[in-house]
Structure formats: structure tokens, C-alpha cells
Design a protein around this ligand. Structure first.
Ligand code: AMP
Length: 218
């Protein structure tokens, strides 16, 4: 299974990518998670990426492409992968295609997650995460049992710096300008699967899981 999850920030790609990767035993490659880990560990790459991320801008293509190349070679991706948040620009998509072609393989499907702009803003601005175990919550849709405290490890929850309103606006603008052209790019290559992602997590998961079942490793 080699699939890409495409869609604006806040459509639920990450949540579904975790579940699909667990169900089909494939690797999950989230460039956002990899970059946040680098920022937390204060690596050179993390320090360089932080200011782009805080403002809601894209990190330069060369940086994320390097991260993805490394991850694709990881044994966790031997059965395939779900790419979450990559590619986000046409040059990233072209590089991905070339890397896969050099291994004699290709993408199976690109799922385009669709949610109204209003819902995306509501999902992002209410999102909270645990700085210790990375569990995610939502103040309205998936609140923790105790206000602002992680259910799993008891740590106080935080809001991602790029989930502040100004950064959200920037991220959506960047999505429209730089990532939305990938919808047409993959449609022209007959890979696109449009997915209504406005429903509950379980409903979206069931639909997605059915669509991706043909690509499971045999
Ligand atoms: P995400 O968690 O996918 O919303 O990503 C958080 C931030 O990481 C984005 O706003 C970008 O600054 C950066 N980022 C993640 N993936 C990419 C990518 N494929 N290309 C460039 N920047 C990225």
C-alpha cells in the first residue's frame, strides 16, 4: 500500500493516517510530526525549520524531501506507507514520483480529504496536544476527562504554536497557493480519490479503510 493523504490543515489526515497505518501494518510518514520532533530535539534541522513552522509557512522543499527519503528506506515501510502532509508542493510531488520510480514502484492512491473551511478553522483552533506523549484532543469534539490535562499521562495540554488564529490563516493561504494545485496534478494522473471528511472519525475511517483495502499487502 503506497498512499498519500492530501488536504488542508485540520481535515483529519493525521488521525486517519495513524489508524490506517495500524490497521494495514504499513509505515506512517508525517512530515509535520518529523519536523516537530526535530524542533523538540533542537537538531540543526529543527532549529532551521522552527521559524517557518511558527509562522505557518512551508519549510523548504529540500529539507522535507531529505526527511521523507530517509523514512521511505526505513524497515517500517517495507509493506508500504501512508504519507501525511507530504507532498505539499508540485516539486515535492515530482521528487516523490522520481524516488518511487527509481525503486520500480508507484503510488496506488491519493486521498483528497475535504472539509468546509469553517470546520477546518474550528478543528484547528480547538486542537490541544500533550507535549509529553503527543496525544491529541479537541476542546469541543474530543475533550480530555480533566480540563486541559492529558488523559494518558497527566501532563498539562498545550496549543500548537501554529494553531493560533494568525498562523491558521497563513497555513490556509499557503495551502490554497502551493498545495491545492496537487489536486489537479494527481487527478490528471488518475490517482485521486475525493473523500468527504466532514463526518465523525469512525465514519471517515470506515469509508477510507474500504477504499484502501485493495492495496493491502498480500
Ligand atoms: P502539519 O502537521 O502537517 O500541519 O505540518 C506542520 C508544519 O510543518 C507546516 O505548517 C509546515 O511549516 C511544515 N511542513 C510539514 N510538512 C511539510 C511539507 N511537506 N513541506 C513543507 N513544510 C511542511
Amino acid at each position: 500500500m503506497r498512499v498519500v493523504f492530501l488536504g488542508a490543515p485540520g481535515v483529519g489526515k493525521g488521525t486517519q493516517a495513524n489508524r490506517i497505518a495500524a490497521q494495514y501494518q504499513v509505515g506512517k510518514i508525517s512530515t509535520g510530526d518529523l519536523l516537530r520532533e526535530a524542533v523538540r530535539n533542537r537538531t540543526t534541522l529543527g532549529l532551521a525549520a522552527k521559524s517557518y513552522m511558527d509562522q505557518g509557512n512551508l519549510v523548504p522543499d529540500a529539507v522535507v524531501i531529505g526527511l521523507v527519503r530517509e523514512k521511505l528506506a526505513d524497515p517500517s515501510c517495507a509493506n508500504g506507507f501512508v504519507l501525511d502532509g507530504f507532498p505539499r508542493t508540485v516539486p515535492q510531488a515530482e521528487t516523490l514520483g522520481a524516488v518511487l520510480a527509481s525503486q520500480g514502484v508507484a503510488l496506488d492512491r491519493v486521498v483528497n480529504f475535504q472539509v468546509s473551511r469553517e470546520d477546518v478553522v474550528r478543528r484547528l483552533s480547538g486542537r490541544r496536544s500533550c507535549p509529553k506523549c503527543q496525544a491529541t484532543f479537541h476542546v469541543d469534539f474530543a475533550p480530555p476527562r480533566v480540563n486541559e490535562i492529558c488523559d494518558r499521562c497527566g501532563e498539562p495540554l498545550v496549543q500548537r504554536s501554529d494553531d493560533r488564529r494568525e498562523a491558521i490563516e497563513m497555513r490556509l493561504k499557503v495551502y490554497d497557493e502551493q498545495t491545492a494545485p496537487l489536486v489537479r496534478y494527481y487527478d490528471e494522473r488518475r490517482l485521486l480519490f475525493p473523500m468527504d471528511a466532514s463526518g465523525a472519525v469512525d465514519v471517515v475511517f470506515q469509508h477510507l479503510s474500504q477504499e484502501l483495502a485493495p492495496y493491502r499487502a498480500t
